[in-house]
Design a protein around this ligand. Sequence first.
Ligand SMILES: Cc1cc2nc3c(=O)[nH]c(=O)nc-3n(C[C@H](O)[C@H](O)[C@H](O)COP(=O)(O)OP(=O)(O)OC[C@H]3O[C@@H](n4cnc5c(N)ncnc54)[C@H](O)[C@@H]3O)c2cc1C
Length: 439
Amino acid sequence: MAKFVLIGSGLAGGLLAAYLGRRGYDVDLYERRADPREGNIVGGRSINLAISTRGIHALEQIGIADKAMEHAIPMRGRMIHDRSGELHFSPYDVDPKKCINSIGRAALNTTVIEAAQRYPNVRVHFNHKCTEVHLESASAQLETAEGVITARGDAVIGVDGAFSAVRESMQLKIGNFQYDESYLAHGYKELTIPPGPNASWSMEKNALHIWPRKSFMMIALPNPDGSFTCTLFWEFEGPRSFATMKTDDDVRRFFEEEFPDAVPLMPGFLEDFRNNPTGSLVTIRCAPWVYRDKVCLVGDAAHAVVPFYGQGMNAAFEDCVVLDECFDEFPENRDHAFSEYFRRRKENADALADLAIENFIEMRDKTASKIFRVKKRLDHALEAALPGIYLPLYTMITFTRMPYAKAAKRAHIQDSLVYSGLFLIAAISVGAILWLFAT
Ligand SMILES: Cc1cc2nc3c(=O)[nH]c(=O)nc-3n(C[C@H](O)[C@H](O)[C@H](O)COP(=O)(O)OP(=O)(O)OC[C@H]3O[C@@H](n4cnc5c(N)ncnc54)[C@H](O)[C@@H]3O)c2cc1C
């Protein structure tokens, strides 16, 4: 049986190790951090995430969806907070059972690692940092407390996130490797709304809360202990930005002006703002994701996207499903399995990258407008009237496993038809009115 060296036991690394372990492959999974069960696994990343159909399907395939979803909190729609504190709820789908789910990153990471460790042929090594990969020999250099070691396999898979060391080795050693990284002008900072009395939620629990403020926004996702994790997405630089918040008074004034209904619920917002890191938001596109039958990239290492469609992890999990399908279809030809995986995923990852950036504008700006809410109602009315024929883009991305690129194309065609139809109806109505007046 082939031996795989996996670099990175984050969300996709743990899950992929479980998939490979189930196939009977020999797997060594190396992670630079300590065992997440010893605490501090998040390391500046989002504390909770939205998981939806694609991610849940990937967990189901390996039999851990029920365990992973045990403490997940369904979010049925967006709860929009305007500046006056007024609330508007906009459901995600016409079917109230369709929801996204807030799930803790740490617990989910532990669940996938433990799923991998069920297989005796999977070994997980923490505190091993990959510094370089040798492509031809499928071996990785790893820094450990005892010194540098070399891990050899038949193939190395880089599941080591947006700043992947495996990808960097490919970039250095593959002549025509294409690489593009682009940063948003916005960064993000996490803040907390603590639990209310008796571990209750001080806002609607089953919603994703959004404070859209045109060029920036804050969102909040519920946690099982009654708290909410808020994330402020804001420009790094500019007249009013992270850079201009010099004192606690600046921060207090900004929050009181922009999020007046949230401030009373966030007694520690000044400390959070001061102490929590400001993260950056990067989109990474590269090609190829594979080198012969020796090296492969999965998850953020291959295609980091900004978080505004809530799909980065879902897509990373979907990669694991597709790679597993390719191993199933080409069991004797890893070279083919890898290149087929790349072929099936690349255009979809690119489509998701575009959708995620577009959705930032929708969330921070359009959700605040009445036109947005009318458009959502029209979407839902069409979906109800034409079941299976008309599917809103958000529904296709979030509640189906339709390839991302196909969903984007289909939404484009649907929009053209709907807007032409509306234009035609309007033109006929005006024509009819004019005719009535003329006769
Ligand atoms: C603010 C924010 C909110 C988000 N919200 C959502 C959401 O709601 N829904 C969603 O689907 N996605 C969301 N995402 C995206 C999601 O976090 C990522 O897509 C997901 O974590 C990718 O999983 P991964 O396993 O590929 O990478 P990661 O989770 O980053 O894991 C990579 C692992 O590799 C390890 N590693 C890195 N370098 C090395 C090395 N040199 N040697 C050894 N180990 C290494 C890291 O320590 C880590 O454990 C969000 C992202 C951000 C930043």
